[in-house]
Design a protein. Structure first.
Length: 610
C-alpha cells in the first residue's frame, strides 16, 4: 500500500514567495522621478517570465518588445523604433491568447502614448529627463513640499521648536496637520522596502505637542501694499501668513464668527481639538494679519469694492455648500446635508439624536465625520449607505476602521432611490437600489443596478455627504469666469479682465484636502507678491542635523494610540493620543534620510527658499 504525503512548499518555492514579497515592497516604495522607460522594461521582463510561451505573440513578441526598449535605453534606437514598438504592442494585444500577454503589451503601448517624450529624450540625448531631478519621495508627494526628512531629524534630536519652525516654512498649520493630514507623503516612503513607512504625521503631531508656543518668524519690512483675502479657511489663512511675512498688510474677510473654515466648522472636535487649531491660527495672527468677521461677500461688501480699496484681492472661499441627491422626498424634514450638520456641531448646536436611527449617504471623510458625530450624539443606530464597495470609499482606511469600531453599520452597493415620509412630512426611511460591480472605468470599478427589488432602510434622520459645492453667484456677477461650479482662474491664479484679483484653493480646483489648500495658497501668495512688484523669498534658518550612520535594522512602525471605542463614543474629546519621547526617537531613527542618501544626492542640496 503506497503512502501519500501532504504537499508542502519546497525550499525554492518559499524563497521565491519571499522574493515576491520583497518585490511588492520595492514597487510600493518606488519614488517619483524614476525613469518610466526603464520601469517599463523591468515590468515587461517580469510579465514575460510569467507567460506559458505556447503562443507566438507572448513567446516571441514580448521578447522583441524587450529588445526594442533595451535599444532605446542603450541609445541605439531611432524615432522609427518607437513606431515599430507601437505596432508590435498593438499586434500582441490583438493576437495574444491570454491576459498576461495582452496586459504586458498594453502596458508598453500605454507608456508609448503617455510618456513618449521620455522615450524621445533617450533617443535624442541618451538619457531620460528624470535623471535631472530625482526627488525625495516624501517631499515630492507632499503637496506643500515640506522638508520632511529635516523635521524628522530635528525630532530625533528633541529639537521640537526647530521642527515646527521648519514645517512652517512651507505649512503654517503644523499642529492641525499633525492631527488630520491625509499624509500622502507616506505612500512611497522608501522605508517600505525594509519594513513599513515612517509615521510622518505622528512625528509632526509629536513635535507640535512638545514644542510649546513657537512664535512666527519676523516679517520683512513693510512694502506699503495691502491685500484682501476673502475667506478665513486653511487656504486663506495660509496665503495671509506668507503675504504678511513678505511685508504686505493683509486683511482677512470671514463671514463666520471664528476663523478656520472647514477646519473649525467641518471637522469634529474628536479629530481636531479646536484649542489646538487655535494655536496655529494665533501664530498666523501674531504676524500682524488683520481680520474682519461677519461680512458676506456679495451682501455686505463686493469684490469690486475690495479691489478699489486694496492693491490685490485673493478669493479663497473654499467649498462650503452641499450637493443634492436629486431624488424624490429630498426636501423632507429630517434630511440635512453633512456640511450643515457638521457646521452646527462645530458651533456647539448639537441636534438631539438620542434614540434615533440615522443614515448617512456617502463614503468620504466627511461621511465618516458625520457618522461618528451621530454616534456621539446618542443615535440608537447609525448606518452608512454607499453605492460602491468599502474598498472604493475615498475615506481614509483608519477613519473607516474607527467608525466600524464605534458601532457604525456600513451597507455597501446600495444606491439611494427615494425618500419616504410620514403624514407630517418627516422622513421615515429611504429606499435603496441594490447595485452590482460592473466594468472598470478609469481604474475604478463602476456599478449598475443588480435587478433586485429596492430595499427600505428606516431612519428618522438622513445626512447627505456626497460632496460639496462652491458659492459662486456673486463672483459670476462680478465678471469672474465660473464653470462647473468652480471659479476658473487663469494662469498663476489671476484674471485678465480683473487685474489684481486672484483665486486659489478649493473654490478654483474643487474640493480637496487641507494640505492641498495650503499648497495652493503658498503658490498664489508668491504670485501675488510678483504681481505687486516684489520677489520675496521665505527662508528658514534652522540647521538640519547631519544623518547618523547607524544601521537601519528592521523595526516596527509606532502608531498613535487611541482611546477605547467604548469610552470615546460618549464625548467629543480627542480620539488619538501622542507618542512618547522614546517612541518618537525610535520612529524618527527609522527615517532613511533620502535627502542625503540614495535619490536625495541628485537634488543638489535641500531647498531653503521658495
Amino acid at each position: 500500500m503506497s503512502r501519500l504525503e501532504l504537499p508542502t512548499p519546497s525550499k525554492a518555492q518559499l524563497v521565491v514567495e519571499g522574493l515576491y514579497k520583497d518585490l511588492e515592497r520595492r514597487i510600493e516604495a518606488s519614488p517619483p522621478g524614476l525613469c518610466p522607460v526603464d520601469i517599463s522594461r523591468a515590468f515587461l521582463e517580469l510579465c514575460h517570465a510569467q507567460t506559458c510561451g505556447k503562443c507566438v505573440p507572448c513567446r516571441i513578441g514580448l521578447s522583441q518588445l524587450k529588445h526594442l526598449i533595451t535599444d532605446v535605453l542603450n541609445g541605439e534606437a531611432t524615432m522609427e523604433t518607437l513606431d515599430l514598438m507601437e505596432r508590435t504592442a498593438r499586434s500582441i494585444m490583438e493576437t495574444a491568447d491570454c491576459a498576461i500577454g495582452y496586459e504586458a503589451a498594453r502596458m508598453v503601448y500605454k507608456g508609448l502614448i503617455g510618456y513618449r517624450e521620455d522615450y524621445e529624450e533617450h533617443i535624442r540625448n541618451g538619457r531620460c529627463t528624470c535623471t535631472y531631478n530625482q526627488p525625495v519621495p516624501c517631499v515630492a508627494l507632499c503637496p506643500a513640499h515640506v522638508d520632511i526628512p529635516g523635521y524628522i531629524a530635528l525630532v530625533r534630536e528633541e529639537r521640537y521648536a526647530d521642527a515646527i519652525r521648519l514645517i512652517r516654512k512651507d505649512n503654517p498649520f503644523p499642529t492641525t496637520c499633525g492631527f488630520i493630514c491625509e499624509h500622502p507623503c507616506e505612500a512611497r516612503c522608501r522605508r517600505n522596502m525594509v519594513d513599513d513607512a515612517v509615521n510622518i504625521r505622528g512625528l509632526k503631531r509629536m513635535a507640535a505637542d512638545f514644542a510649546g508656543k513657537v512664535p512666527p518668524p519676523k516679517c520683512a519690512p513693510s512694502t506699503g501694499k495691502t491685500v484682501a483675502v476673502i475667506g478665513g479657511g486653511p487656504g486663506g489663512l495660509s496665503a495671509a501668513y506668507y503675504l504678511q511675512l513678505m511685508g504686505h498688510q493683509v486683511t482677512v474677510y470671514e463671514m463666520l464668527p471664528e476663523l478656520g473654515g472647514m477646519l473649525r466648522y467641518g471637522i469634529p472636535n474628536y479629530r481636531l481639538p479646536k484649542d489646538r487649531l487655535g494655536e496655529d491660527i494665533q501664530a498666523i495672527l501674531d504676524t500682524g494679519v488683520q481680520v474682519k468677521h461677519g461680512l458676506r461677500i456679495g451682501t455686505d461688501v463686493t469684490v469690486q469694492e475690495l479691489r478699489a480699496s486694496y492693491d490685490a484681492v485673493l478669493i479663497t472661499i473654499g467649498a462650503s455648500t452641499d450637493k443634492k441627491l436629486g431624488i424624490e422626498g429630498e426636501d423632507a424634514e429630517g434630511v440635512m446635508s453633512a456640511v450643515r450638520f457638521l457646521r452646527d456641531v462645530g458651533k456647539g448646536i448639537n441636534p438631539d439624536l438620542a434614540g434615533q436611527e440615522v443614515a448617512i449617504v456617502g463614503g468620504g471623510n466627511v461621511s465618516m465625520d458625520a457618522v461618528r458625530s451621530a454616534v456621539r450624539l446618542g443615535a440608537k443606530k447609525v448606518s452608512i449607505l454607499y453605492r460602491r464597495r468599502t474598498a472604493d470609499m475615498t475615506a481614509l482606511p483608519a477613519e473607516i476602521e474607527g467608525a466600524i469600531a464605534e458601532g457604525v453599520e456600513i451597507r455597501t452597493l446600495r444606491a439611494p432611490s427615494r425618500i419616504e415620509t410620514d403624514e407630517n412630512g418627516h422622513i421615515r426611511g429611504i429606499y435603496v437600489t441594490p447595485q452590482m460591480i460592473s466594468e472598470v472605468k478609469g481604474g475604478r470599478a463602476s456599478v449598475k443596478a443588480s435587478g433586485l427589488p429596492d430595499e427600505f432602510v428606516p431612519c428618522t434622520t438622513l445626512i447627505v455627504a456626497i460632496g460639496q459645492n462652491i458659492e459662486t453667484e456673486h463672483f459670476e456677477k462680478a465678471g469672474l469666469p465660473v464653470e462647473r461650479g468652480k471659479i476658473m482662474a487663469e494662469k498663476f491664479g489671476g484674471f485678465s479682465n480683473l487685474p489684481g484679483v486672484f483665486a486659489g484653493g478649493d473654490c478654483a480646483t474643487g474640493p480637496a484636502t487641507v494640505i492641498r489648500a495650503i499648497a495652493a495658497a503658498k503658490v498664489v501668495a508668491a504670485n501675488i507678491d510678483e504681481y505687486l512688484g516684489f520677489h520675496h523669498e521665505i527662508t528658514c534658518d534652522v540647521e538640519i542635523p547631519e544623518p547618523n550612520l547607524d544601521d537601519r535594522v528592521p523595526c516596527g512602525r509606532v502608531e498613535l494610540p487611541e482611546r477605547e471605542a467604548c469610552e470615546r463614543i460618549h464625548d467629543f474629546d480627542g480620539v488619538e493620543n501622542c507618542m512618547t519621547c522614546q517612541e518618537a526617537k525610535q520612529e524618527a531613527n527609522r527615517c532613511l534620510r533620502c535627502d542625503h542618501f540614495g535619490f536625495g544626492i541628485f537634488k543638489g542640496g535641500r531647498e531653503k527658499v521658495w
